[in-house]
Write a protein that binds this ligand. Structure first.
Ligand code: PLP
Length: 368
């Protein structure tokens, strides 16, 4: 890894391979692996990540929206792609780009049937999403008969899978709730297969589900955050490797006198002689204002430098009074010795939010 000349997100495909293999070892040999690459592959690089995973022979991809699936198809990705949250306006393109919808409501089912029939589709692959307690997206268990009624005597659609999503798979305090969700899901899948006359794949586990509910793998699992190196569990995190490492450099050092302030609205007022470093990264790059005020730190030459005052659009200022450093030195924002989860936790948020916020302005380097 050479010297960087600007704020850079390094994306380590070897770490991705390690995480993929680690998660696969937790699966039954026959369980399929769906890689979730929505939101630019959790803020990294959707195409580079998907190409690597396709080479590793992942079984399925998932994105949130049709436009994300389009990017993958344009890049030559050929594996099946599940679109988790399709919008009715994009259903034509869904079919044109061979993307597979999650059908989650009677309205979505009717609209997709209409479009698929207009386009004279036969056995077009679809996935039925059921709500088992998250109360976000999904059919109710009482919708089964309606769904079957709609599908009956028509061969436009083929149900490839039935799936659901756990509300608290990382939370051992909600174990009973999660087990109840899994039970409800089992019941619904049995009813669906009996009434359909064939057995679609079943999947309910995300990364934390894979870790905490291995008995509920069914035919497929869906992993996002684990592939990127975070397991929502201090026992699992050391076994995974962060794919994304965010680095920047020191633009300028400032000597601050007692009583002087730093940054907008005088967010930091110094009680002594201090040295600050200005870094070329701000809330427009994805380091939000919640990381200001001295709670969050970056690493410079292995030492903690707190982010002081208010985060600016293009810059942050850090306190380097006790750090031996100079202008041009490299700064570790997260990744490597400072996990994104740790960084995010200082501002009461989670790795998911921090990672997916890294904006397109940040230069990306792929490390193979
Ligand atoms: C985002 C998402 C996932 C991936 O969850 P991770 O916790 O990142 O593994 C799985 N399933 C659904 C429905 C999702 O929206």
């Amino acid at each position: 890894m050479g010297k960087i000349g600007e704020t850079t997100l390094e994306i380590d495909l070897t770490a991705l391979e390690h995480n993929f293999n680690h998660l696969k070892l937790r699966l039954q040999p026959k369980t399929k692996f769906l890689a979730v690459v929505k939101a630019f592959a959790y803020g990294s690089d959707m195409v580079a990540i998907a190409q690597k995973l396709e080479n590793l022979d992942v079984d399925y991809f998932a994105v949130a929206y049709v436009k994300e699936g389009r990017v993958l198809r344009d890049a030559g990705i050929t594996k099946p792609i599940l679109v988790l949250h399709p919008q009715i306006a994009n259903l034509g393109e869904m079919i044109d780009r061979c993307l597979e919808p999650s059908l989650y409501s009677p309205r979505m089912l009717r609209e997709f049937l209409k479009v698929a029939s207009e386009k004279e589709q036969k056995n077009y692959p679809v996935h039925l999403k059921f709500n088992t307690g998250l109360n976000r997206l999904g059919f109710w268990s009482t919708d089964v008969d309606y769904i079957l009624e709609q599908l009956k005597d028509r061969d436009a659609l083929k149900v490839i899978s039935v799936f659901s999503h756990l509300a608290a798979s990382e939370d051992s305090g909600e174990r009973e709730f999660s087990l109840r969700q899994i039970d409800t899901f089992k019941r619904i899948s049995v009813e669906i297969s009996q009434k359909l006359g064939y057995q679609p794949m079943r999947h309910i586990l995300n990364t934390s589900g894979i870790i905490n509910y291995p008995e509920a793998q069914f035919e497929m699992v869906r992993s996002g955050i684990g592939l990127y190196g975070y397991g929502n569990d201090p026992k699992v995190d050391p076994q995974l490797r962060p794919v994304a490492t965010l680095k920047t450099i020191i633009s300028q050092l400032h000597k601050i006198e007692p009583g002087e302030s730093v940054g907008y609205n005088r967010g930091f007022v110094s009680d002594g002689y201090r040295i600050t470093a200005t870094l070329p990264i701000g809330h427009a790059d994805g380091i939000g204002r919640q990381y200001g005020g001295g709670k969050t730190f970056v690493l410079i030459n292995g030492k903690k430098a707190p982010i002081i005052g208010n985060v600016c659009m293009d810059m942050i200022m850090v306190d380097v009074t006790d750090i031996d450093c100079k202008e041009g030195d490299e700064v570790l924002v997260f990744g490597g010795d400072l996990s994104a989860e740790q960084f995010a936790n200082t501002a009461n948020t989670i790795s998911y939010e921090l990672l997916t916020a890294i904006s397109p302005r940040v230069h990306r380097i792929i490390i193979v």
